[in-house]
Design a protein around this ligand. Structure first.
Ligand code: GLU
Length: 493
């Protein structure tokens, strides 16, 4: 069997959307599973909207997600160039071919004439479409149009009126589209650039693509592409159209307000982990059969993944699920890495200075992050969780706090705690926990008097991380300082 060759051909016309990245991911998984090649082609024929910045961003995000490419822009290969804007002579050659054998023609209609044509169709209750006006222009007419300075497009001639074109789709089965819904579509624009439907066929063929896996939004383009394959005598690849990604209202996922994150970079910046996002994205449309395991490694995904198992129905993007999954990864992966990834967020808040950390401080930071990571869904939330360890202590309600510290038995609790902590041979969570147990037994006060004022004194808050963790992280000196501050507040009146 021939080597499997897959492609990811984004248009660099904006920041890369989560849906596009999922398409790349499915192609990557399928290539890796089958020992195939993944090709990155840049479809930059929209001159106005394409930019190198967006192209670079695509490369960056693929890299971040760990989707390595075998062939394409920046890498090279035997079938380049891999940027469509650098392949114009190739497209021209094939367009020439179609013009010569009468399967394509120049169309000189102006935008106004096309609009008129559409309006006419609408009035007759028909579908607005091109009516073939320029199919058989005389030499005279052509001369006349040229003299008027009209820049022509090239249209593909759809000659069969009532033919069922069948797309054999790996996911959706047989999809039938009748040629009656197609018109003579444009394959070359007046700016000299090929259209997507034309260039994609030439490139997929010349780049020896065996399987085309792309979003369902392209399913309506596939029949047009099949006609071009046929006209040029090219062999068809396999097709698989992925279900759309939907928002919680089951509408197509798109950015509606500034809170919606649909660009992959927004997740990177918020501190989602690439492995979590990878895991999440693959579940958008696919799930492993059987035990419905949600957390799978890359290797497990590659092993279990089958294109045929992808759902036909749209996949709902559930941010809660992503948060849950990401939180789980944050808690489970190597602490050192989470610390390194958290540092920029802490710097952003001024909790850590730019010049970096001493190894002692780094060890301390590890303890802090180890506690904080239990509470977050993504790393940008870390600063809020660790504020109590960095910022100067302040009470939510100073009056209420003073009242609390004045209560009977509180000074005894604070002083006992200080003494016992000072005497510890080893200052660790286990031993700190023991102290609390002892105090509960030994002191003539209730449990609430032991825990609540202590928490308030140490954190300024009524709830938060585990008290033993807090004491361990703050360290003896800081704990003493905070307890004394509390007692001082109690005595002020
Ligand atoms: N440039 C197209 C897009 O980004 C590619 C579609 C395809 O895979 O054929 O939507």
């Amino acid at each position: 069997m021939n080597e499997m060759r897959l492609r990811f051909p984004p248009s660099p016309t904006g920041k890369i959307h989560i849906g596009n990245i999922r398409t790349a991911l499915f192609n990557w998984i399928w290539a890796r599973k089958n020992g195939g090649k993944l090709i990155l082609r840049i479809e930059d024929t929209d001159r106005e909207r394409s930019s190198r910045e967006f192209e670079d961003l695509i490369v960056k995000e693929l890299d971040w997600l760990g989707l390595d490419i075998d062939e394409g822009v920046n890498i090279g290969g035997d079938y380049g160039p891999y940027r469509q804007s650098e392949r114009l002579d190739i497209y021209n050659k094939y367009a020439e071919k179609l013009l010569e054998n009468g399967q394509a023609y120049y169309c000189y209609c102006t935008p106004e004439e096309l609009e008129e044509m559409r309006e006419e169709a609408r009035q007759k209750g028909e579908m607005p479409r091109y009516n073939g006006k320029c199919r058989n222009l005389s030499e005279e007419e052509v001369k006349q149009y040229r003299a008027e300075g009209r820049e022509p497009v090239i249209r593909f001639k759809v000659t069969e009126q009532d033919r069922d074109i069948i797309v054999n789709d790996i996911i959706r089965g047989e999809v039938t589209i009748n040629t009656s819904v197609l018109d003579d579509f444009v394959i070359f624009k007046s700016d000299g650039m090929p259209t997507y439907n034309f260039a994609v066929v030439i490139d997929d063929t010349l780049m020896k693509i065996t399987d085309v896996i792309r979003g369902e939004d392209h399913l309506s383009n596939t029949p047009k592409q099949i006609l071009i394959y046929e006209a040029l005598g090219f062999e068809l690849p396999e097709f698989a159209h992925l279900p759309l990604i939907l928002d919680e209202n089951r509408a197509k996922l798109k950015k509606r307000n500034s809170d919606d994150a649909v660009y992959i970079g927004e997740y990177r910046e918020k501190g989602y982990l690439p492995e979590a996002l990878f895991n999440f994205l693959v579940m958008l449309g696919w799930s492993p059969g059987g035990d419905e395991e949600e957390i799978l490694s890359r290797a497990e995904i590659i092993e279990q993944f089958e294109l045929e198992d992808i759902n036909k129905a749209g996949a709902v993007f559930d941010i809660e699920k992503l948060n849950w999954l990401n939180g789980k990864y944050i808690r489970e992966i190597d602490l050192e890495r989470i610390v390194d990834l958290s540092i920029p967020y802490l710097k952003g808040k001024g909790y850590i200075k730019d010049e970096g950390l001493s190894s002692e401080k780094k060890e301390w930071l590890k303890k802090v992050i180890d506690v904080a990571r239990n509470k977050v869904s993504y790393l940008a939330q870390i600063p809020d969780e660790v504020e109590l360890f960095f910022a100067e202590l302040s009470y939510e309600d100073k009056e209420e706090a003073a009242e609390e510290f004045r209560a009977e038995g509180v000074d005894l609790v604070f002083n006992t705690l200080k003494n016992k902590l000072r005497k510890l041979e080893e200052f660790n969570v286990k031993n700190i926990n023991k102290i609390f147990k002892e105090m509960k037994k030994e002191l003539p006060v209730g449990g609430r008097t032991i825990y609540h004022p202590t928490r308030l004194a140490l954190t300024g808050m009524n709830s938060g991380p585990d008290m033993n963790d807090i004491i361990y992280i703050l360290g003896l000196e800081e704990v003493e300082k905070r307890l004394e501050k509390a007692l001082k507040l109690a005595n002020q009146k």
